[in-house]
Design a binder for this molecule. Structure first.
Ligand SMILES: [Zn+2]
Length: 480
């Protein structure tokens, strides 16, 4: 099981009860193949209100142009410094934090998202399953093993790619070559669709082209000793040439991202570097002579990780004074105080962050935690309200349900506390605990009451509830 973690949780000392902005999302349920999961337990997911909101704004116009606006597709961030993005099902686009950190402009990320949307719009995942169904079980397994190893290889920075290629040489070469040709076609289709979506939304294809060209150049260098037949996606040089043909007539080639979006992009990168860099590195990347908001943001985040709380809070307060409407400065302040064991002081900034944020679900979990941990009974009703509000938007958040269970428990409402604990277990994928807690909740609720009905629903759940699907292969292009 992979825990989705907040940026802080990933990189800083674990905080007592705090599952702050995190939601545990099991990648098993989300469709990565077992092979990929074996690799170090699978990639951890980053949850962050600021970054997710920005990626929502990057992806929505594209998804709309792709005819996918109704499908509720989410962009999920994987904590991995390498460059990658891929689709694993029709509901999620995965993108590595490394891709976000390397992209200097919104347009580069949007280009990658456009390509991935092209895979979804083209039904490539479903068709991949059909192709696999036609292959014998053995060759399908070999195929997926190869793909899994390459996905893992791409994630770990490249060496594993060879292992993946080797696995592909195993049996049933003919079927595999058919498969590989098929994958090459898909990549070209996704490129074409991506450029179409960019044009339809009045955006430049330059970021997409530059990114793929850069990765293609890297791939060429690495591909020298690999049999070209066994490439799982088009020879990058050909693909880049085809893409060049496609993009050079775009009326939007020279169009730049709006400055406001570029600013938020810079803030996102500053945040990621602030959380990911080792001690002192942020100061090299964002030296004190750089007084821009992104540089000060990165330094304040680094201070919240490596300095004492007072120093960090002073830097964050200065950011708030510079831009009192930016929700995530308050979030950072609240999180810093909460993790410093000062939940009562964290409440006011987190309330403000939740008010200002367009989608506060993750911030509300943290606010709920601060309210519960403040040990003030007068805060418990507010805690229940904000947590219920968060869970209405993020119904699969174990962290949200855990905080809710604690809030109800402190109120002495053990029926609702058990129900919330059952929902937390359900969201974690722990069916056994979920059923046990739900039947205990049922005994506490009046027969037939709304709480009883919800508990009854959980206690009757089928243990084998989740559908599995397969990763689509993108070894190395950002489309991988
Ligand atoms: Zn692709």
């Amino acid at each position: 099981m992979n825990q989705a973690k907040s940026l802080t949780m990933l990189l800083r000392k674990p905080v007592a009860t705090s599952l702050a902005m995190l939601t545990a999302a099991a990648l098993t349920a989300s469709g990565l193949p077992a092979v990929a999961q074996e690799h170090g337990g699978g990639p951890p997911i980053i949850r962050d209100a600021e970054i997710e909101q920005l990626l929502r704004e990057y992806s929505q116009p594209i998804l709309k142009a792709a005819g996918l606006a109704q499908q509720n597709i989410r962009v999920v961030i994987i904590n991995d410094p390498s460059f990658n993005a891929f689709v694993a099902d029709g509901h999620r686009i995965f993108i590595n934090s490394g891709a976000l950190m390397q992209a200097k402009t919104p347009n580069e990320v949007i280009g990658v998202l456009a390509h991935e949307s092209g895979h979804i719009a083209g039904g490539h995942i479903a068709r991949m399953h059909e192709e696999l169904a036609k292959a014998s079980t053995e060759s399908a397994v070999a195929m997926l093993l190869g793909i899994g190893a390459m996905v893992a290889g791409a994630r770990s920075g490249g060496q594993g790619a060879d292992a993946g290629m080797a696995a592909l040489t195993m049996p049933q070469g003919v079927i595999q070559n058919t498969m590989l040709a098929y994958i090459r076609t898909q990549e070209e289709q996704a490129d074409r669709a991506g450029v179409k979506f960019l044009t339809a939304t009045g955006q430049s294809p330059k970021g997409m082209y530059d990114t793929f060209k850069r990765l293609g150049d890297e791939m060429l260098y690495q591909a020298q000793h690999i049999d070209p037949y066994l490439q799982t996606h088009p020879m990058p040089a050909e693909r880049v040439a085809a893409l060049e043909e496609l993009v050079k007539n775009s009326p939007y080639w020279d169009k730049k991202d709006p400055p406001e979006l570029q600013f938020r992009h810079d803030m996102m990168r500053a945040k990621l570097y602030g959380y990911m860099d080792r001690e002192g590195i942020s100061l090299n990347r964002y030296p004190p002579s750089d007084q821009s908001l992104p540089a000060r943001y990165a330094r304040a985040i680094a201070a919240s990780r490596f300095s004492d709380t007072r120093t960090a809070v002073a830097q964050i307060d200065a950011l708030i004074a510079s831009n009192p409407q930016y929700p995530y400065f308050y979030e950072l302040k609240g999180q810093t105080l909460l993790e410093a064991g000062k939940p009562a002081e964290a409440i006011a900034p987190l309330r403000r962050a939740a008010q200002l944020s367009p989608n506060p679900a993750l911030i509300q979990v943290m606010l709920g935690q601060a309210l519960v941990e403040s040990n003030d009974p007068s805060h418990l009703n507010e805690a229940v309200t904000v947590l219920e509000s968060s869970l209405a938007r993020e119904p699969e958040s174990p962290a949200g349900y855990n905080q809710l269970a604690m809030a109800y428990g402190r109120k002495g409402d053990y029926a609702h506390a058990d129900l919330a604990s059952a929902q937390a277990a359900l969201a974690r994928g722990d069916m056994k605990a979920a059923r046990m807690l739900a039947s205990r909740a049922k005994d506490r609720f009046p027969l037939g009451s709304p709480g009883w009905v919800r508990a009854d629903d959980i206690s009757n759940k089928n243990p084998e509830g989740t559908a599995h699907s397969t990763v689509v292969v993108h070894p190395k292009d950002p489309p991988q």
